[in-house]
Design a protein around this ligand. Structure first.
Ligand code: SF4
Length: 710
């Protein structure tokens, strides 16, 4: 008898690989995992994390039952308690006294319902997501340049390019299957050049023709310099700039003030002028250029400007909207993009509409039949935990994320939650650092039990399908949220019975009042506005927009040179390069860089269950340049204490020449639950980009010393 095989999607990074899961023994949660050969993101390939998913679907460390104040209870009791306490606090202090902190791990349907409850019916926009920490600067960059949060490229462009620039992206470890596609493209095309722009020599440099180990935070200077070079070299696409863009002269003028020569750029970035000149010459001379950028750009106090400095170069050279070219942000999480679609950020409304646009607020209110829709942006992640700490927010519901580990200034986040009147945590994992602080714990279904959609970093919507029945008393996130909403008095608007019903409503909202103004909007799922259960169950991966005219989706955008601004033209943004907000000094002379490892995901709540993955790097470490280690008498594999003005941790010393002098690298994954050495998040400064609110997780001034002190 053949065993049932389910096509689903990997729950880790934003590459969004398709999986074929063969359920061997449902009772024992035994499953064989293979890459889906038909999925257009991975064509059957999986990285180490995806391939070991079968080891992580055990009941070990699962949250299986609801509890209130540490006592197990039934669902009715837990839901009544949460709804009652939220109602009390809102009645006494107003809707802005409550908040939701959600996650790029949620499915789009979960995200949609959480947003609808907070923004549409509670009437506050205090819902933000851990995706704020990963891609919110990229969102701002796209919105400013294109008038909408629209990623123009697809993976296929990587295979057609002749130059790929990876900026602040260790795709080899953080987006492994996308990187494998780049590697294969390079094997197949000897003309394809790869440039890596990163202070650290990472695994991605293994295929690089040129590595630019620039001074941390100086990316905008480099790309401003490139814009000036394109002008000097006569490589501006004058027709494109004149007819399809605005603001070129201002952006060029701003760039010329600090980046007018290769020498100035090389000096500011602390790079070899010959290498800078080589990069500029390759970019200038290669039409098919894709610039991939990720957390090294986004996680910065000037991340939005860095994104626009990159996009400016593509607009100036007309390298956009054609095969094999464009600016291409890589998001970190499996459904960061799905969250963006439904307004998962505190400053956005569902279906890519804006809270600060009264017409959008009105439209969403009429669609949801609510007169309470929030009409001003809510608290972004860092602000939200500050407001919890100082008592402005008195109740928070944290869904599928572990901010006590992952947020910057994580010790203060922990203290804020310890002081908060009501902390509700819904998660599939028990006993996370955050769950330990909860008054109410609500068990959510895990990856192998969930049913809905996610959208990957190239806008491709794929299904996550259940392999097993829900464990214990776990329920889907959308079910938990909607049952609380019903108890808060919003019964009709949250009477959902299935994720298909929610997906249909989400698609219908994108098509609601599809008039000429609406046509300017990028996010359109009108082809799914009446989708039925059977169609939803068999939904094939497809890239939005998916309209009635284009039911096969839209792999590439802006081929028609029509943007989503009022005059349909793209915008150059003048960028004044800035370094990190907090500078190194005599007390804290090193720049701390943080990031992911190849074989772990976020705070290790799942990948930590796979013995094979733990073998890669078994404990927290700090990477340091050999000369710095020698000066400080730090031995390889010894222990060191790292301290910032915000916190401290211990880590094993790893001496590596790939590190810049004066920089340290610490991975983000270890939690207080699996390591007594402390959490990386406690070190990170909480300064944010003024436009995106994204924290500067890549550059915190720190010091390092041997531990114990001799
Ligand atoms: Fe999963 Fe990302 Fe690996 Fe693909 S590349 S298998 S989506 S972790």
């Amino acid at each position: 008898m053949s065993l049932p095989t389910v096509k689903t999607t990997c729950p880790y990074c934003g590459v969004g690989c398709g999986i074929e899961a063969t359920v061997e023994d449902p009772a024992a949660h035994r499953v064989t995992i293979k890459g889906d050969p038909d999925h257009p993101s991975n064509f059957g390939k999986l990285c180490s994390k995806g391939a070991t998913l079968g080891d992580t679907v055990t009941l070990e460390n699962r949250l299986l039952y609801p509890s209130v104040d540490g006592r197990r209870c039934d669902w009715d009791t837990a839901l009544d308690h949460v709804a009652g306490r939220f109602r009390q606090i809102i009645a006494k202090h107003g809707p802005d006294a409550v908040a939701f902190y959600v996650s790029g791990q949620l499915l789009t349907e979960d995200y949609y319902v959480a947003n609808k409850l907070m923004k549409g019916f509670i009437g506050s926009a205090n819902i933000d997501t851990n995706s704020r920490l990963c891609m919110s600067s990229a969102v701002v960059g796209y919105k400013r340049a294109f008038g909408a949060d629209t990623v123009p490229c697809s993976y296929a462009d990587l295979e057609l390019a002749e130059l790929i620039v990876l900026v602040g992206s260790n795709a080899a470890w953080c987006h492994p299957i996308a990187f494998q596609r780049i590697r294969k493209a390079k094997d197949n095309n000897p003309n394809l050049k790869v440039v890596v722009v990163d202070p650290r020599r990472t695994a991605s440099c293994d295929i690089a023709d040129l590595h630019l180990p620039l001074k941390p935070g100086m990316d905008a200077l480099l790309f401003n310099g490139l814009l000036c070079h394109l002008q000097r070299d006569g490589r501006i696409d004058k027709d494109y700039v004149a007819n399809f863009t605005n603001g070129f002269a201002e952006a060029l003028h701003q760039a010329e003030t600090s980046a007018g020569s290769v020498a100035a750029v090389a000096a500011g970035c602390e790079l070899d002028p010959a290498d800078v000149g080589q990069f500029f010459a390759w970019f200038a001379g290669t039409e098919r250029t894709v610039t991939v950028y990720s957390q090294g750009i986004n996680q910065s106090s000037s991340g939005s400007d860095k994104c626009n400095a990159i996009i400016n170069c593509h607009l100036a050279s007309g390298r956009l909207g054609k095969p094999g070219m464009g600016p291409f942000s890589f998001t970190g999480q499996p459904n960061a993009m799905g969250g963006r679609e439904v307004g998962g950020l505190a400053n956005m409304l569902a279906a890519h509409m804006d809270l600060d646009n009264p017409a959008h607020v009105d439209r969403v209110g009429r669609f949801w039949h609510s007169e309470r829709v929030a009409d001003k942006p809510g608290l972004k992640a860092v602000e939200m935990f500050e407001a919890i700490g100082d008592g402005r927010v008195k109740a928070v519901w944290i869904m599928a994320t572990n901010p006590v580990v992952s947020m910057p200034d994580a010790d203060r986040v922990k203290q804020a939650l310890q002081r908060c009147e009501l902390v509700v945590v819904s998660d599939c994992i028990a006993n996370t650092d955050t769950a330990q602080l909860a008054h109410v714990l609500l068990p959510a279904t895990g990856w192998s039990e969930k049913d809905g959609t996610v959208t990957n970093l190239e806008r491709r919507i794929s299904r996550q399908r259940p392999l097993f029945a829900a464990s214990g008393e776990a329920r889907h996130d959308w079910w938990i949220i909607s049952r609380v909403a019903q108890r808060m008095g919003f019964a009709d608007a949250f009477a959902y019975q299935s994720s298909a019903e929610i997906f249909r409503e989400h698609a219908a909202l994108s098509a609601f009042e599809n008039d000429s103004e609406h046509q300017l909007r990028d996010f359109d799922l009108s082809a799914f506005a009446t989708i039925g259960q059977t169609e939803f169950d068999s939904l094939q991966p497809v890239q939005w927009p998916v309209t009635r005219e284009r039911p096969q989706g839209s792999p590439q955008l802006f081929g028609d040179k029509q943007f989503f601004t009022a005059d349909r033209k793209a915008r150059f943004i003048p960028v004044a390069p800035q370094g990190p907000r907090n500078k190194v000094d005599a007390d804290y002379p090193f720049t701390l860089n943080t990031g992911r490892l190849r074989d772990q995901w976020h705070t290790m709540t799942r990948t930590g269950l796979a013995a094979k993955l733990n073998a890669h790097r078994p404990e927290p470490f700090v990477e340091i340049h050999p000369a710095d280690a020698e000066r400080l008498q730090l031995k390889n594999r010894s222990l060191a204490r790292i301290e910032s003005r915000w916190g401290q941790m211990l880590a094993r010393v790893e001496i590596g020449a790939g590190q810049r002098r004066g920089s340290l690298f610490v991975p983000m994954h270890w939690t207080g639950q699996v390591s007594s050495h402390g959490r990386m998040g406690a070190l990170v400064n909480p300064v944010v980009d003024p436009y995106s609110g994204q924290p500067e997780s890549k550059q915190t001034p720190v010091r390092i010393s041997a531990w114990p002190a001799t």
